[in-house]
Design a protein around this ligand. Structure first.
Ligand code: WTA
Length: 616
């Protein structure tokens, strides 16, 4: 679209969302144009019905004519002695095609789920695009998740193929992945494991050596033309119950919103280099470290390692050396740099930057101001983007060049998306009054299409509380100009350093210990990580001790991964419960943060509240 057209046709965009998205979708390459732009039979809806396209073609093939030798991907390895690797569109196309052919040789077909358990190396992008080339559904699992987390996701997805690596570098150390993989595949339907040798370890017997096999493949694979509503990928995310859910995403709608938001929110032009620091194991990485920038023919940067290796100047060094233009990260990272990294900043020239973004958790005013002043030199637009795994792409944020940029307010809904703040009955609340954030019809094209193999959960989680409104489970309020401020999750999901975790999943990990009778997890504010989990545990047997504490903390880390690190465990005699047996986590949280407890009359055991308070 021509520059400025957005502003001139603003009216259409705001008043007719379907037209807006149709216009945006036309920017993609379609094999067959759609007959109907939007169809809704709630809780289901479809975009671009009758339209056909392929995601990998949109990210690669269509750029070949004009951007053949342009860098598509810059990969920065963690060890400083290894040089960054630049991959052109031509090379990326070839790598993706070869990998797609290898998957075909392994009998992967359209609709099959392929699990990907890879660190931030080019092959993570290559394998996602290779799946999309042949119509396979990719299911990426964050490489820092535990073997149990990987296993449960592979089981739920019924994947027959897993793509992984022998390991990666993190904080200067080699992290092994194969040990976890060997355990995780047991008892699943996975028959083939493809191993990318990053650490040059020997590929175990029975596993497939990526480097060796890929050489045998031809450099073109005919793309599978998909219906717009065909599933592009699933991505597991935490909910209120213990089991993560496979959020399903279509092809045409998702790609449209991924591409459009990359373009408008980050003012991403084809000569720009975008660095989204999120791992591809999360939705932010899917959309802004892969599909969004590549669909626009821009250059994407990914970094393998930790922000503090070898010191807190590393990220700024990467920006300087690679002339990054768009930088997108999480408030936790900003707070980390505020605390430890300021002295390194002076050494680096960040003049290439033109847009800053943030995502994943509310950004507090201090972090906002620091980011704006120190990194943005008080002149760059700072885009605070609110969205979720379920929404697929950015939903609420201010636009560069439009604003307003108000610290701690995310902004307005993106053009073509209707959001509202409602009370428990689903009626809109007054300006300034907090309520539930919901999305209204027509639902945005990037929205989830369902929960993989679980229709009931899809309906119950998102569509049961409010009639015909998508429930985000976030709280928010709006100012008189329509700017939205998020107040955090209303359900039992917590965001630790921007990572989404389920308290129920952590509780299950504790409950499975023989010593534990029951457990409740709540979060407490944390200066760097936003919030962190703590546990209240009622023992079945044994006595409270530091050794037991350590063991329980470890149990949770092993079950989920190191991001699920309990800050503290409190051993108590009883947990506050309602008559129906629901544990009142809110009361526990109030006790921890010193908030006044409104009432304990609904509890069957109000006496335990005082006891816990005294104990604390
Ligand atoms: C929270 C991440 C405040 C929110 C893309 C949401 C935010 C959850 C913001 C989704 C933001 C995300 N301001 N809160 N800018 N962005 N959140 O699925 O609670 O990992 O529901 O997707 O993160 O987390 P998820």
């Amino acid at each position: 679209m021509k520059e400025g057209a957005w502003i001139s046709s603003k009216k259409v965009y705001f008043q007719e969302p379907i037209k807006f998205w149709e216009e945006q979708a036309k920017e993609l390459d379609w094999d067959t144009m759609w007959k109907l732009p939007y169809k809704e039979k709630l809780p289901y809806f479809k975009w671009f019905v009758g339209g056909k396209l392929n995601a990998s073609m949109n990210c690669l093939d269509r750029h070949l004519e004009t951007r053949l030798n342009k860098t598509a991907l810059i990969w920065v390895p963690e060890p400083t002695k290894e040089k960054p690797i630049k991959i052109t569109y031509k090379e990326l196309h070839e790598k993706v095609n070869k990998f797609a052919n290898l998957l075909k040789r392994l009998k992967v077909k359209k609709g099959d789920v392929v699990s990907i358990y890879l660190p931030m190396i080019p092959e993570v992008i290559i394998s996602m695009l290779a799946c999309s080339r042949i119509g396979a559904i990719h299911s990426v699992v964050f490489s820092a998740f535990s073997e149990e987390a990987l296993q449960s996701r592979m089981k739920d997805g019924k994947s027959k193929v897993l793509i992984t690596a022998d390991g990666y570098f993190r904080k200067g150390k080699k992290v092994d992945l194969l040990k976890k993989v060997k355990k995780a595949v047991k008892g699943t339907k996975v028959k083939k494991v493809i191993v990318v040798p990053r650490l040059e370890k020997k590929v175990p017997k029975g596993f497939i050596n990526y480097t060796k096999e890929i050489r045998k493949e031809k450099s073109f694979c005919k793309p599978k033309i998909m219906k717009s509503e065909d599933t592009l990928f699933i991505l597991y995310t935490s909910g209120t119950t213990g089991k993560p859910k496979g959020v399903m995403r279509d092809t045409g709608g998702y790609l449209t919103q991924a591409s459009t938001t990359s373009k408008f929110n980050f003012n991403l032009h084809e000569n720009d280099i975008m660095w989204c620091t999120a791992d591809v194991g999360w939705i932010t990485g899917h959309t802004y470290s892969c599909y969004g920038p590549l669909s626009l023919g821009a250059t994407l940067l990914i970094y393998e390692g930790s922000p503090d290796f070898p010191n807190f100047g590393r990220w700024w060094k990467i920006i300087q050396e690679n002339k990054v233009n768009v930088f997108y990260t999480a408030p936790t990272a900003i707070r980390l740099f505020m605390k430890f990294g300021e002295k390194y900043l002076k050494k680096y020239n960040l003049n290439s930057l033109k847009i800053l973004g943030t995502v994943g958790e509310p950004i507090d005013e201090d972090a906002w101001n620091w980011y704006f002043k120190k990194i943005g030199k008080s002149k760059l637009p700072l885009i605070d983007t609110w969205w979720q795994t379920e929404t697929g792409a950015n939903v609420i944020n201010s636009l560069p060049g439009v604003g307003p940029f108000i610290p701690s307010y995310a902004g307005k809904p993106f053009p073509g998306i209707k959001m509202a703040i409602v009370n428990g009955k689903g009626n809109k609340v007054r300006v300034g009054k907090p309520g539930h954030l919901v999305q209204l019809s027509p639902f945005a094209p990037g929205m989830l299409q369902g929960v993989f193999r679980n229709k009931k959960r899809y309906k119950e989680t998102y569509w049961s509380k409010f009639k015909n409104k998508y429930d985000t489970s976030d709280g928010a309020f709006m100012d008189k100009d329509g700017n939205i401020r998020l107040t955090g999750r209303i359900d039992d999901v917590i965001k630790v350093a921007g990572h989404r975790l389920s308290t129920a999943e952590m509780e299950n990990a504790l409950d499975d210990d023989d010593c534990v009778n029951e457990a409740a997890i709540v979060s407490v504010p944390d200066k760097i990580r936003g919030e962190v989990p703590v546990a209240f545990v009622v023992l079945e047997k044994g006595k409270p001790s530091d050794v037991l504490k350590k063991k329980l903390v470890n149990d949770v880390r092993v079950r989920i991964g190191p991001i699920a690190s309990l800050k503290e465990i409190y051993f108590v005699d009883d947990l506050p419960k309602t008559r129906s047996g629901k544990i009142m986590r809110r009361i526990l949280k109030s006790l921890l943060i010193g908030e006044k407890i409104k009432s304990t009359t609904t509890l069957v055991n109000p006496e335990c509240v005082k006891k816990i308070e005294d104990g604390l």
